[in-house]
Design a protein around this ligand. Structure first.
Ligand code: COA
Length: 322
């Protein structure tokens, strides 16, 4: 039987830190408002680095942690909504920078659920027997799409990357991954791409900023997170008590708190690092898993669930034994 396991993890954040007080220079906000409504205290933002740079540093750490020879990696997937180019993909450029030969590489866009989509795809491709070792990365520079004058959105996001090596194994450690989406025709969380251009003018392409209806996103998130965890438990014949930890997408501490209360799961077993990084979209889950492992919150043998939601709307979840 082809099973899969996590062989290594890594993460990277840019050095520059923007605190809630720093944000007061641009918008009418306060540390008190941001902290109490979201749990965010600061975020790391790019100044001279791009998505590929964050992805590269996180990947190097994951490869080192996995102790495999990078030549054994035969699949590379990058989840991002902030690729540096329309094409080639971040994954293709990352392949070159890491010196990986002639393997299949592609980017996927499932917003903040992107890493769980990448995990789902890689897990199934390895379980099919066609691939052995996948490097999967969530890398984002969402602050490049941020409208720094829109206090509804600019306080929420930060930049980061997280990476994971998952491999074929005799042990059934990545036990289940599920993903889904519903089409949000209202555009409750959207960043428009470049418009159709008039050939006679041929103006330079400009990308729009992030637009969000926070209340609708909040409602969706607090509904889908507990549902996804319950679905995972039921599909795999587990009880809530069997979980040592839940690592949820770090979008808002109040969303995580409400999901924990709905489930009846102790808040001290919900991993939290949002105060330091804000919402880093597809990087949020792998960054949190990597940190939880490094800080010994997650240990070898632990069973944990991870869950994310994002623009689209999309969602994903997994049950993993370390
Ligand atoms: C964005 C969010 C924190 C707003 O919290 P909220 O409690 O719903 O706040 P509201 O939208 O009701 O706004 C309340 C007031 O605060 C104001 N406000 C909004 N952002 C503010 C800020 N940064 N600082 C100060 N005031 C702010 C609003 O203008 C509003 O003022 P008004 O009542 O005078 O109109 C919350 O809705 C949320 O987290 N939604 C989910 C967002 C998310 O997770 N997005 C990413 C998904 S991957």
């Amino acid at each position: 039987m082809n099973y899969t396991k996590i062989l290594g993890t890594g993460s990277y954040v840019p050095r520059t830190v923007l605190t809630n007080d720093d944000l007061k220079q641009f918008v009418d906000t306060s540390d008190e408002w941001i902290s109490s409504r979201t749990g965010i205290k600061k975020r790391h933002i790019v100044t001279d680095e791009y998505t590929i740079d964050l992805a590269y540093h996180a990947s190097l750490k994951a490869i080192e942690d996995s102790k495999i020879d990078k030549a054994e990696i035969d699949l590379l997937i990058v989840a991002t909504v902030t690729p540096d180019n329309a094409f080639p993909g971040v994954s293709n450029l990352l392949q070159g920078r890491l010196g990986l030969e002639k393997i299949m590489t592609f980017d996927i866009n499932a917003a903040c659920s992107g890493f769980l989509y990448a995990l789902n795809i890689a897990d199934k491709m390895i379980k099919s027997g066609a691939y052995n070792n996948a490097l999967i990365v969530g890398a984002e520079t969402l602050t490049r799409l941020t409208d720094w004058r829109d206090r509804n959105t600019c306080v929420l996001f930060g930049d980061a990357a997280g990476a994971m090596i998952i491999s074929r194994s005799e042990e059934n450690n990545i036990q289940d991954v599920i993903c889904g989406s519903i089409s949000d025709s209202e555009g409750n969380l959207i960043c428009h791409n470049v418009d159709i251009k008039d050939p006679s003018v041929n103006a330079k392409s400009v990308q729009d900023h992030i637009h969000m209806n926070g209340r609708e996103v909040f409602k969706f998130a607090t509904r889908i997170m507990p549902k996804t965890i319950r679905d995972l438990l039921e599909r795999n014949n587990y009880q809530l008590d069997d979980l040592d930890y839940i690592v949820a997408h770090q979008a808002n501490e109040r969303i995580i708190d409400k999901a924990a209360r709905d489930l009846g799961f102790p808040m001290d077993k919900m991993y939290l690092n949002i105060s330091e990084y804000g919402n880093t979209s597809a990087a949020s889950v792998p960054l949190a898993i990597d940190e939880a492992i490094r800080t010994n919150k997650l240990r070898k043998g632990d069973l944990f669930a991870t869950v994310a939601f994002g623009g689209g709307f999309t969602w994903g979840g997994a049950i993993i034994k370390l």
